[in-house]
Design a protein around this ligand. Structure first.
Ligand SMILES: *[C@@H]1O[C@H](CO)[C@@H](O)[C@H](O)[C@H]1NC(C)=O
Ligand SMILES: *[C@@H]1O[C@H](CO)[C@@H](O)[C@H](O)[C@H]1NC(C)=O
Length: 328
């Protein structure tokens, strides 16, 4: 049953992990509710059969929100032209796609914070992907495998949407959080042609350090990573064209737990599309970004609507501990 989704509240949604060494067999991975699960990274037989039950082409739901339907979605499905032609999708406008993480869905924190912010800041198509058919499994290794098949399915959906409406790849911006922050890269590398702009909010660390499917800088023309729980739930090393380490990238001001820090980039990104802000200063390495000893002359704004095409580097920005987060 395909239902419209109303964004009514701030659900708590996040994802992910405690420190990873790829050689460790057992690791704790935190889900969207901040609950830690002990994952056996060697236990693959049941994971593969679990993952095989998920068909992202038919089970992913693409919830369209626009200024004409800001709070109740119009669900789209790959290949369903009737749903598409009855929707408010406007191919001449920018389209922002949101991809959530493990054990959450389109009404989780990413959607409930970013959808209203994007529609306040811009007259755009917002598509909240719901891949909870693949993300809700308690089996983390299956969710990782489903991240890869879902990413390919999202790329196929974008190609179908463009051919059905005349929309162009150059009008897209994709934003993912946590396991969705890994999936955005898989979307990018499965398209014919490059997306102009991908934002990865604290991409998941556990299981991704040596993974060939990990997000990297070549997945779009311009890629930006916002590290908010680096080395704990999110990846530590720079992974995009530009990597921001707000407040040093590990513990966010105003947060007491890792779970809060891991989610904080969603709020920074939301504020950036409404009011701008967040001017960062350039650092020579991620180590100096973490310590705050950044003495390069460059400065750059974190997040926002436009890709900073051609720019690369590592930046630190310090924030307030509650909204408005930007100190600009
Ligand atoms: C969506 O995910 C949230 C956790 O982020 C959960 O509380 C809620 O029950 C989920 N909704 C559905 C319909 O599964
Ligand atoms: C990025 O990922 C692609 C696809 O897996 C791979 O071909 C490429 O070598 C990677 N680039 C870097 C810098 O890791």
């Amino acid at each position: 049953m395909l239902g419209a989704i109303a964004i009514v509240c701030f659900a708590i949604g996040a994802v992910t992990a405690l420190p990873e060494a790829s050689s460790l067999r057992y690791q704790y991975v935190q889900d969207a509710e901040g609950v830690s699960h002990l994952v056996d990274f060697w236990d693959t037989k049941s994971d593969l059969s679990d993952a095989a039950r998920y068909n992202p082409t038919t089970e992913n739901i693409y919830h369209l929100f626009t200024r004409n339907n800001p709070s109740v979605s119009q669900p789209l499905l790959h290949g369903n032209t009737a749903l598409l032609s009855n929707s408010n999708f406007n191919p001449s406008k920018k389209t922002v796609i949101l991809i959530h993480g493990w054990r959450t869905n389109v009404t989780g924190l990413l959607g409930s914070v970013m959808i209203p912010a994007l529609l306040q800041g811009g007259d755009v198509n917002v598509i909240g992907l719901d891949w909870s058919a693949g993300a809700s499994t308690i089996n983390y290794l299956a969710a990782m495998a489903n991240t890869v098949t879902s990413g390919a399915a999202v790329a196929a959906f974008i190609s179908w949407l463009n051919s059905a409406t005349g929309a162009s790849l150059s009008s897209y911006h994709i934003i993912g959080h946590s396991l969705g922050g890994q999936q955005v890269g898989i979307v990018g590398r499965n398209l014919d042609g490059q997306l102009p702009y991908i934002t990865s909010l604290d991409p998941t660390l556990a299981g991704w350090i040596t993974n060939p499917d990990s997000f990297n800088a070549t997945d779009a023309v311009y890629t930006e990573v916002i590290h908010t729980n680096a080395g704990v739930n999110g990846v530590l090393l720079p992974a995009g064209d530009v990597d921001f380490y707000p407040n040093g990238g590990v513990v966010m001001t105003g947060c007491s737990g890792n779970y809060c820090s891991h989610d904080r980039g969603i709020y920074y990104m939301a504020e950036s599309v409404i009011s701008g802000g967040f001017t960062g200063r350039e650092c020579s390495t991620y180590v100096t970004a973490i310590s705050g000893d950044c003495d390069l002359p460059g400065s750059l704004k974190m997040g926002g609507w436009e890709p900073k095409t051609g720019v690369s580097g590592i930046y630190r920005v310090d924030t307030n501990d509650s909204p408005p987060f930007s100190m600009d």
